[in-house]
Design a protein around this ligand. Sequence first.
Ligand SMILES: C[S@@+](CC[C@H](N)C(=O)[O-])C[C@H]1O[C@@H](n2cnc3c(N)ncnc32)[C@H](O)[C@@H]1O
Length: 280
Amino acid sequence: MGQKKLIKFAAIKQYENVLENPQGMPGKWNSFFEKLATGPYPISLDDLAVIKNNATINHPAIKPLTLELACGRGEYTVGLARLFPAQNYIGLDIKGNRIWKGASIANKEGLQNVAFVRTQIDQITNYFDTNEVAEIWITFPDPQLRLSKAKKRLTHPKFLRLYQQFLQQGGIVHLKTDSPNLYQFTMAVIELYALTIITATDNLYETAFMQSAQWNEKLAIKTYYEGLNIASSNRIHYIQFKIDKDLPIAKDDILKEMIAAFEVTETHDAKRERTLPHKE
Ligand SMILES: C[S@@+](CC[C@H](N)C(=O)[O-])C[C@H]1O[C@@H](n2cnc3c(N)ncnc32)[C@H](O)[C@@H]1O
């Protein structure tokens, strides 16, 4: 492993705003952010107060919590935290050297409403309690184009069922992607399971959309992968939806058949998979 990576890994171990596979955190995030703002440090996770279940909603002392999944350097986590200091933000990613970037910026700017969790997203239900999360952003996740990898797509019902376990009723999921295939796949999931779409566009920065009532300042935050244009689509796709229905497992086979019909073109996402900078 490179020297720079080792330095970053060592740094995040010392950061109060980075937790690696933290144990016993469901229900404790509001208390964690209070301690992050005031100390004493190091924060003892065992001593944090647990706020159970529905108590997290509409209580003046409880700040809404938003997650960014596959956050990489955490541009959305940090960007949203700057815009909305009265809300809390957590970025999740498995790569510590990427998280280091966002966590370092948050520390430098004194953002007390930002934290990062280094973990596998498959483990996500270990970290949050029922109703603890108000919103989820999924920013430029790997599109996992091969059909055999469809279950790894972060908008696959397999993952949506996990998010449902801690997302508040009516909680919103945002997907931002340059992958037409992931966009199409996610739209198919939404349709098949009859979820509610709030906004969907296959061209986020089109003038008409930017001038519409659906545009807002959150959508202008740009991530590192957004800048890479790996899918060569030259279009940013965006979906905002609610996981507001049951997701019967029996429908997963229908989904499998539906997505088998999707065409993957060399000029778009296939190129992305070949050129992803895995070793960063
Ligand atoms: C294409 S990058 C996007 C990063 C960032 N959101 C951006 O737009 O620049 C995808 C990220 O997902 C993370 N990732 C992929 N699968 C993951 C998993 N199962 N658990 C946690 N992180 C994962 C990778 O480490 C990587 O940082």
